[in-house]
Design a protein around this ligand. Sequence first.
Ligand code: ADP
Length: 489
Amino acid sequence: MATPENTLAFDGGWEYAPAPESTDHVEIDKRYGLFIGGDFVKPEKGRYFDTINPATEERLARIAEADAADVDRAVKAARKAFGPWSRMKAAERGKYVYRIARIIQERAREFAAIESLDGGKPIRESRDVDVPLAAAHFFYYAGWSDKLEYAFPGRKVKPLGVAGQVIPWNFPLLMAAWKLAPALACGNTVVLKPAETTPLTALKLAEVIADAGLPDGVVNIVTGAGETGAAVVEHPRVDKIAFTGSTAVGRVIQKALAGTRKKYTLELGGKAANVIFADAAIDQAVEGIVNGIFFNQGHVCCAGSRLFVQEAVADEVVEKLKDRMETLIVGDPLDKNTDIGAINSAAQLEKIESYLEIGRSEGGEMFQSSCTVPDTGYWCRPTIFTGVSQSNRVVQEEIFGPVLAIQTFRSYSEAIAKANNTPYGLSGGVWTDKGAKIFKMTQNVRAGVVWANTFNKFDPTSPFGGYKESGVGREGGLHGLDAYLSLEA
Ligand code: ADP
């Protein structure tokens, strides 16, 4: 059953250009306005903030900060565009969405380089995962545009109106694609707010949207931090909110939406269990552990951040994992040999480091690879904790960094009990040679996605989302359409 996994990068199954050796082909403006009504416009208060390169701490660009009045302008533009866009022949609407996908593919090298510059992720990941998957989402949902009646037979399908979308910094372009593609395909218009530390690929996407000829106001992009996001969420003329981010902010948003007519989806935190049974192909499982927790510096809501190893193979797995960690290259995100890039921001590094301290003070035994890291920028060497227990904070809380908490188990039922002992329920992984065990695990692990003999695989056709404190609703696949439609009998 085992699938070989020998690299941190995934095969998204899409074609892309080779890794950029330089950033000569990348154009980043010194200053970006807000993308409202088809144009880049100045923010009303004239305020801008910096977006920096977390690997060098250098400023990449100045970014407009939208306040409530700017958000209002964006919502008005989206409302104005909604009528014609929703009434347009569905096949025509689909063509626009296809065009976005095509242009992303054509500009894949530039998107990949900007994603790595602004967010710190290794170029191999931006190039092989983020950018091709973003294009794939637009392709996939473009195809649904004129088939919505077939997706929901016997139901009358109607777009919701204006969708307000707030996205995080870990997969900036991909999250924009997850949000925009189904919304547009279903005939909604959008106000999207990227995260404040990684706005550049969304702003590049605004250029693509203009190049694709989408009618003005169908997509509006407002930049800023939490206050800007809150203004989108609270705007009375927004019909749907789609949020991906921390559980803490998700709670604030859900409270703000309570008692309103707004439909919403929340994709929040996670603390996934990656469970290795003694009958697993151990070398492949070790690759899966590495992929599960060190991909994208562990800035992944579905990261396999809790490892449970069956006692009989625990020593072997941990030894092999330590050896493998020593081979991982931490450093320049633009170098195509890099496995682990920069931590996204100073604040995130501080949070991760505070958890390293917490883990040690709780009595955990910490191991970090002995690699060197650059002098400037934000870095965290791959880290594991052994000797931890279920009640420890490093086991219970989402760290969102390259930090793995390892525990052992004896029986199947112990593995399930431990895996489910978490407030989260986004994802999980199981490594075993026995198909029956896989089916049992997928039924018993309370998580939206359970990977078997693999980890962190994504596809636009499959739904994604969580149980418990990991969120509400699903994105991707048919479920992703449902979230942007009103379905009437
Ligand atoms: P993280 O903790 O990983 O930075 P957040 O949940 O804080 O993630 O951020 C995810 C997105 O939510 C970002 O775009 C951020 O600006 C936005 N955001 C933060 N606070 C709020 C809020 N109160 N209302 C709406 N959006 C918010």
